[in-house]
Design a binder for this molecule. Sequence first.
Ligand code: SAH
Ligand code: SF4
Ligand code: F3S
Length: 466
Amino acid sequence: MIRPQLEDIEKVAKINNGKGLKYSILTMGCQQNENDSEKLSGMIEKMNYTKTENLAEANLIVFNTCCVRENAEDRLFGKLGEVKKYKEEKGTIIAIGGCMMQEKHIVEKLKESYPFFDIVFGTHTLHQFPTDLYKVLSNYKKIEDILDIDGEVIEGLPIKRDDNIKASVTIMNGCNNFCSYCIVPYVRGRERSRLPKDILNEINELAKQGYKEVTLLGQNVNSYLRVEREQNKKFEEYEGVNSFATLLRAINKIDGIERIRFISPHPKDFTDDVIEAIRDCEKVCKLVHLPLQSGSTNILKVMNRKYSKEDYLNLVDKMREKIPNVTFSTDIIVGFPGETEEDFNDTLDVVKKVHFEQVYMFIYSRRVGTPGDKMENQIPEDIKHERFEKLKKLVEDEISISNKQYVGSIQTVLIEGKSKNNDNMLTGRTDSNKVVVVDASEDLIGKMVKLKIVSEHMWYLKGKVV
Ligand code: SAH
Ligand code: SF4
Ligand code: F3S
């Protein structure tokens, strides 16, 4: 971490010392956004705030925003309306950060309609949060701390993780793909990979602390270090790591870590070395999240995805051939501009052919500044919703068929804790990321346990210790 911020953490900690202050953080985006919130929490707790879920008692409320779809925006504005009264009643500090703050029109709207905020900060200035907060506490007015240029990869931020068995580790920031529907490259900047040494040190440390599972995060994880290689940028290799495949192999050797997951890879970058690493590394889960977006070659082309329906299906076949027990999950968008019934049927066709374990389904949402937003052939809302419901029905049927195949099988499950819905039961996940609940003793928490699956339900399986 950078020195001035460390000093500002100290300064704020001193101001707050003994005051019993509390903070709340509202995380509104993807797993990378959650990982950023863990870093914000790490910094905030070092500044003498303790966490509360109750917004009314918080002295500092931080919003970590997302802008990938319109509903994320609606949620922020709704919540801001709610916290206004706390600001007025007790002077709660309101900080708004994350992806949405990289959009100029949003910051303008905030200033106009929600001018009671104290700090806005973007994705490239997250590490400066202690400095921003120090300025607010020493009576500066409002802080706008947003940069349009790509932030450096900052190492060594304090972190307060949400879980003590599973941990997320960001391996790269940004995205270079510019899929035509997507805002992420505009708000997260260009691809920048963390150094192998920093990632491996972090995971070694997690293993020492007793973590069992790591999820490697990035917008396009299988292009890890690719930009650096292509531009002949010097980077320090460490334990032979110079690509995503070699990174998986190195993490696989770390004692104590039992499971490795990653999201999201891009189908166009799924090279054989990555497929072979998944096959060879016993700790790498055999569930591959392979975002499809659309099953239509025409739509994929306009989306700028750089693969066709056939390429996708061939890749799935190749992985099925090479990786025993491989399973798939995916992301799908319905109602992209110009999507015809025929295009949509191609999407349904891929879903029928691949038999995904899990499908994250989205209705296309226009994002200001993306090519998709400027396309004239937008699909009417009612048709988008009709298609969404049709896809959802198919996916539910597929999942119920897939769940039935688990009954009677033995699965290795990492037990994560008590079930949220039933305190007497434990919950965990299979390699293929299916939730399993089991009636077993609490000392199994954090362990990999063999369970026999005895029944299936839409969103979980029930297991028995064998
Ligand atoms: N980099 C990742 C995830 C990006 S965002 C990837 O490429 O897979 C997560 C998902 O949100 C995307 O996979 C896509 O399915 C969905 N998404 C992104 N932009 C969207 C938009 N404008 N409307 C609807 N869904 C969108
Ligand atoms: Fe968005 Fe495409 Fe990048 Fe994923 S790969 S973040 S969908 S532009
Ligand atoms: Fe994630 Fe949303 Fe940003 S999906 S990268 S928090 S726009």
